[in-house]
Design a protein around this ligand. Structure first.
Ligand SMILES: [Zn+2]
Length: 319
């Protein structure tokens, strides 16, 4: 079972390790020393790219837009199997379906297929998210990774600037446990050590782990937040957080990496380098905007033109 899961997670693990270093997944870390984030670019040159993630999103500086509805497909179906793994850097969940979970719409031209989800957290409840909002850090962040279905394989998608979409959700602390996450949190004891995995008995639907509202979100172009930090990601950060108790988040901090306790795994924010960040105001979900033509790779100038048009339309509607 472990061998099968290792193969399974090798594919999804491309998000965590370098394709040039298969099996060498411990060549980056988060604690101070040679493996910490400021040193990643020594071994992974692409981590010093211009358009890296995460970033600090300043709400005063974002461009407000009104994008078409973000469409979810098959998110109310329970997976046939759900595996959970401690890969030494994070907790990764692989959900297998008889029909794929997909997203389209919003800022996306192609359709993207769900690949895996994982988490980032901090040493205490005052920090842990990767993207910041107004320099504010949330205690944990969920990343749902989707791959562009226009490409034949995940490895090809990782070479394209529109290869991946990550739906990011922030967590905030609440007094009560969130029952949707109980099964995940309960499994953390079993995967306490790095490179261990298990299956969840029941699993969950994708909808159940999304924030209640997915209408309002920030979106920008950036990178994987782990080596090799490839600049292939369209980020969609939902505004509304998910609630989780302190004890539930604390359980993640108890996991072990190969270097000790995995108390935190958030990369510090990177330079924005003039990138535009958009905020979807929602409320005009059926607004018709020009199609940026299928097969066209994501392009800032074209996207900008569409955004400007959307802004004008939204402003007119508001007036
Ligand atoms: Zn991540």
């Amino acid at each position: 079972m472990l061998v099968e899961l290792t193969v399974l997670f090798w594919i999804t693990g491309l998000v965590y390790g370098s394709p040039n270093h298969p099996g060498d997944e411990q060549s980056f870390g988060y604690d101070s020393g040679e493996l910490d984030p400021p040193h990643w670019a020594t071994e992974y040159k692409t981590c010093s790219g211009k358009y890296q993630s995460p970033i600090d999103i300043e709400e005063d500086l974002v461009t407000k837009v009104n994008l078409p509805l973000l469409r979810f497909h098959n998110i109310d179906t329970l997976p046939t199997t759900t595996s959970i793994m401690n890969n030494g850097h994070t907790v990764v969940l692989q959900l297998n379906y008889s029909a794929p979970v997909m997203i389209s719409g919003g800022p996306l031209t192609p359709t993207y297929k769900f690949t895996q989800l994982h988490f980032h957290w901090g040493v205490n409840d005052s920090l842990g998210s990767e993207d910041l909002i107004n320099n504010h850090s949330y205690p944990m962040e969920l990343h749902m990774v989707f791959t562009n279905t226009d490409y034949d394989s995940d490895s090809i998608a990782l070479t394209k600037n529109d290869g991946l979409v990550v739906l990011a959700s922030f967590f905030e602390i609440t007094k009560e446990d969130n029952p949707v996450y109980s099964e995940i949190v309960n499994a953390l004891d079993i995967i306490h050590m790095p490179d261990t995995s298990t299956f969840l008995p029941n699993g969950f639907t994708i909808r159940s782990v999304l924030p209640e509202s997915t209408e309002h979100y920030f979106t920008y172009k950036g990178s994987l937040t782990t080596p090799p930090c490839l600049e292939v990601v369209t980020w969609i950060d939902f505004k509304h957080p998910i609630r989780l108790s302190h004890n539930q988040i604390q359980a993640f901090r108890m996991l072990r990496s190969k270097h000790g306790q995995l108390t935190h795994n958030a990369r510090p924010v990177q330079e924005l380098s003039g990138r535009p960040v958009w905020y979807n105001v929602g409320g005009f979900a059926n607004l018709n905007i020009p199609n940026t033509s299928s097969g066209l790779t994501f392009d800032f100038s074209i996207f900008n033109m569409v955004m400007l048009l959307c802004c004008k339309l939204a402003t007119l509607t508001l007036l």
